[in-house]
Design a protein around this ligand. Structure first.
Ligand code: AMP
Ligand code: GLY
Length: 421
């Protein structure tokens, strides 16, 4: 069977290489892919948000199944569109994708089903904001309701700052939404819990912790993620039971009560406080860079997993994982997450992948045999091994060897687990 993977980040390169291990796939296409996916699949330069064009491309290449990497096409309903046109798709439909696409939607489920989460208020205008703001202590978390490419959340130290940011959101700074969600600031340790879900059931799909702040020791603005490691030691069996019973099951029940269902990867973003999980966010996709540390540990055939989920038989599979730990450090363009230059050449051709030390591409493009940067997050250097200290050393050594003058990275990825040793 020919399959297509939608997206162009490090997450998609990691998924693509894992799919490549399956013997049951004829050809893999990446839409649009990057210089990494080009090594193992065929990249197709198509705007995946233009659903009609996407369908035409799928038909032209006899692609029978699609796996969706990023959230935007999911939230815009790519699954509904393709299913209507008889293409198999792995991902949640438009209704279920609201779990990520609308924070107000997600929070209203939490409230109705008693799911532990930060206290919140949804405001539609400045009048409602002024009425609600005094119910919160500082700092206060201000969120745009809809998708905002990771820029829609600000932790405000003053009410004035919260007011300024809310005003911008009401005025339409983020096209996706003019609603503001105010949230209580939760203090604790963040961790991510992943699942594969189908109509009938779900299975755990790994745990990870990422580092969202751009600078070492969690300083500076938020990014998509500067590095990650899996597994997340903070999620032990006891905590996992609580995550499933208090958060996952009631959420899936909420969808069922609306005669809806979820299928696809589900990313549960958590704050752990006094050994109890609180839901910070849902993402209706794999994390990036979390996927890059989960895929290398997966021993079961990913294509088989996806097929089982499409047949609502995921519960029949017993997923197998490597015991080894995995870490990635993201090599970014200088200036990210602010302004940065694109189109800078990266010389990595001489670097050979090893079993336990390799590179997933993110914002890269192949042109005339050369690799150029196209984004803020450019490469993921990944390593697997027995100890986080050792694999981090190996990654940093390799980044130094790459010696990309336009790049920077964090040397302290994994500090929470490494400093505890
Ligand atoms: P979100 O897009 O909702 O995941 O928010 C992005 C990041 O902001 C999270 O990963 C957290 O680091 C932080 N954050 C969001 N909501 C809260 C909260 N209620 N309390 C503390 N930190 C938060
Ligand atoms: N690494 C955070 C995310 O994928 O949303």
């Amino acid at each position: 069977m020919n399959i297509a993977l939608i997206g162009s980040g490090g997450r998609e390169d990691a998924l693509c290489r894992k799919l490549k291990e399956s013997k049951n796939i004829n050809q893999i296409f990446c839409i649009p892919g990057n210089a990494g996916t080009a090594q193992v699949a065929t990249n197709l330069e198509v705007n995946f948000l233009d659903f009609k064009k996407l369908l035409k491309t799928l038909k032209a290449h006899k692609i029978k199944m699609v796996i969706v990497g990023p959230e935007e096409p999911l939230v815009k309903g790519v699954v509904n569109f393709l299913e209507k046109n008889r293409v198999k798709v792995f991902g949640p439909n438009k209704y279920a994708s609201q779990l990520e696409g609308s924070k107000a939607f997600m929070k209203s489920i939490c409230k109705k089903y008693n799911i532990p989460t930060a206290y919140f208020k949804v405001c539609h205008n400045q009048k409602e904001f002024k009425k609600s703001i005094n119910k919160f202590n500082l700092p206060i978390v201000v969120k745009a309701d809809g998708l905002a490419a990771g820029k829609g959340v600000v932790i405000c130290k003053t009410k004035k700052q919260a007011f300024e940011i809310s005003k911008k959101i009401f005025k339409g700074k983020f096209k996706s939404s003019k609603k503001v969600v105010l949230e209580e600031f939760l203090k604790g340790e963040e961790a991510s819990y992943f699942l594969i879900v189908d109509k009938k059931s779900f299975v755990n799909f790994g745990t990870a912790q990422d580092h969202k702040k751009v600078f070492e020791r969690e300083k500076g603005p938020n990014t998509g993620g500067m590095g990650a490691y899996s597994p997340a030691p903070i999620i032990d069996k006891n905590l996992e039971k609580k995550i499933i019973s208090r958060i996952v099951k009631p959420t899936l029940q909420a969808l069922k009560d609306k005669k809806q269902f979820y299928r696809g990867f589900l990313y549960v973003g958590l704050m752990i406080k006094n050994k109890d999980p609180y839901l910070i966010e849902y993402n209706v996709r794999m994390g990036d860079p979390e996927c890059q540390v989960i895929m290398p540990r997966l021993k079961t055939d990913l294509f088989k997993i996806i097929n089982y989920s499409l047949k609502n038989q995921i519960k029949k599979l017993n997923l197998k994982w490597e015991k080894k730990k995995c870490m990635t450090i993201v090599l970014c363009s200088k200036g990210y997450p602010g302004n940065y230059k694109k189109g800078k050449i990266i010389r990595i051709k001489k670097i050979k992948s090893k079993k336990n030390l390799f590179i997933f591409h993110a914002g890269t493009k192949l042109n005339n045999g050369n690799i150029y940067s196209t984004g803020g997050r450019v490469l993921n250097i990944v390593s697997k091994g027995q100890s986080y200290v050792e694999i981090r050393k190996k990654i940093i050594k390799l980044i130094k060897k790459i010696n990309w003058r336009n790049g920077f990275f964090r040397k302290d990825i994994g500090w929470r687990v490494i400093d505890k040793l």
